[in-house]
Design a protein around this ligand. Structure first.
Ligand code: SF4
Length: 438
């Protein structure tokens, strides 16, 4: 059949479709870089790269195009797979609320920070991961991805509710935030919203997927800070702590240096696993201090009018659904702070001023109006169960513009699509957890 605009469906015009492959009449679509779904086309078509050529009577072509687009949209909503974790992924669009869950959406904990979680799923497998993330997770069964326009739209509502002044959009989550695509667009849109109120956009990253090009784009998009996790400098220990044989610490250090030479503030965030990486933890601190001396940055945080710290050290804790390194000793914060104080004193003796024990005010974090929560702990409510949960025994419901996690479920599949009665167990920070009443 002759090729003309009318009998061709060009998939390259859809932003979320980032690559197209085919096997006969089966389309294999890459969605937002890290996801994939397959669609069987039940019409007489030829597929050439991103073009679907429809070999049917011209009068039927428009209907067939609509039919194909419906099949694609159905497949995205039902059969999307995260290529990084191999898990089923729910593509979150309106009217699914974005408040209520820690795996995706937006979190307001009553400060000037709004946590932005565009996706779940991680590209590495740290053996101490507090959310048991990565390909080999034993507890996570589904991933979530939030449509970029919807995420920005809902973010804007919360920023405005909070007075849109000195707001920080912080991209973090149960996974690696830089896997989000289109990341630069997301950052740029959030940055546009925050800019007038002298707010910022910041992101956490393990650095594995970062490239020079991405950093250039994020700088252009107005990103203020990258909190980069580096937990060891020794090659072997770094690989062990990332849970990946191909983790390349040299590459991460190179990326750190590249960020240091950009307008994005670099914060290095090592985590101490007592009795596991004690020496390496100290080496990362030394490295960060030397890097800061060698390449000082002059990026001011508009919220504080000061430079952010170069280091954001953390202590590894144990979580209910997290992973744990057997050899690790559990420390109290008191002991950790004592260690930090000793390190600070050692640097001071060498004439170097470094602050390791930070206060939220070092980043300009302060209390702000909090979104109201429509539920009370102990209350029984009805919820529409709309999708499967993040871990076994959980499904996800919706009520009063909130996501409601429903735990302790049996036969999750049978609950989806039903309206059930649940008792609210938690409402803190508008993270809503409930349990079925019977
Ligand atoms: S980078 Fe973070 S989310 Fe990913 S496995 Fe490590 S600790 Fe977990």
């Amino acid at each position: 059949m002759e090729l003309n605009e009318k009998n061709v469906l060009d998939l390259s015009s859809f932003r979320m479709i980032t690559d197209v492959n085919s096997k006969g009449n089966k389309l294999i679509l890459e969605i937002n870089k890290n996801y994939e779904c397959e669609v069987e086309i039940p019409y007489n078509v030829d597929i050439e790269d991103e073009m679907i050529i429809i070999n049917e009577h011209p009068l039927k072509v428009e209907n067939i195009k609509r039919g194909i687009l419906n099949l694609i949209s159905l497949s995205i909503s039902q059969n999307l797979v995260n290529k990084v974790t191999n898990r089923r992924t729910y593509y979150i669009v309106p009217p699914i609320p974005l408040i209520g869950h820690t795996a995706f959406g937006l979190i307001d904990r009553g400060t000037n920070i709004i946590q932005v979680r565009g996706l779940s799923g991680c590209n590495i497998n740290c053996p101490f991961c507090s959310v048991d993330e990565g390909k080999y997770s034993k507890t996570r069964k589904n991933d979530y991805y939030v449509d970029v326009d919807y995420l920005v739209e809902e973010y804007k509502k919360i920023a405005e509710f909070k007075g849109n002044k000195f707001i920080e959009a912080h991209l973090d989550g149960q996974g690696e935030p830089t896997l989000y695509y289109p990341l630069a667009d997301l950052v740029q849109n959030l940055s546009e919203i925050n800019k007038d109120g002298r707010g910022i956009v910041s992101i956490q990253s393990n650095g594995v997927g970062l490239t020079y090009k991405m950093i250039d784009e994020l700088e252009e998009a107005g990103l203020h800070r990258i909190n980069l996790s580096i937990n060891a400098l020794d090659e072997k220990m770094a690989k062990i702590l990332a849970g990946r044989k191909d983790y390349n610490i040299e590459k991460i250090l190179d990326i750190a240096e590249y960020i240091k030479n950009s307008k994005i503030h670099l914060l290095i965030a090592p985590i101490l696993l007592p009795n596991v990486n004690d020496e390496e933890f100290k080496k990362v601190i030394d490295y960060a201090i030397q890097l800061d001396q060698r390449i000082p940055q002059n990026v001011l945080n508009p919220i504080t009018n000061k430079k952010d710290p170069i280091l954001g050290v953390q202590l590894c804790l144990i979580y209910q659904f997290g992973r744990r390194v057997k050899k690790m000793k559990i420390w109290e914060f008191k002991k950790f702070y004592k260690l930090l104080k000793d390190y600070e004193a050692q640097y001071k003796a060498k004439g170097i001023d470094v602050k390791l024990k930070l206060h939220p005010s070092d980043f300009g974090t302060h209390r702000r109006k909090k979104l109201p929560c429509p539920f009370k702990v102990g209350e029984s409510i009805n919820v529409d169960v709309i999708m499967d949960g993040r871990i076994r025994g959980e499904v996800i419901g919706v009520s009063q513009n909130r996501i409601v996690q429903i735990i302790n479920c049996k036969n999750e599949d049978r609950l989806i699509g039903n309206n059930i009665r649940v008792r609210i167990l938690r409402t803190k920070d508008n993270i809503i957890v409930s349990t079925p009443t019977q």
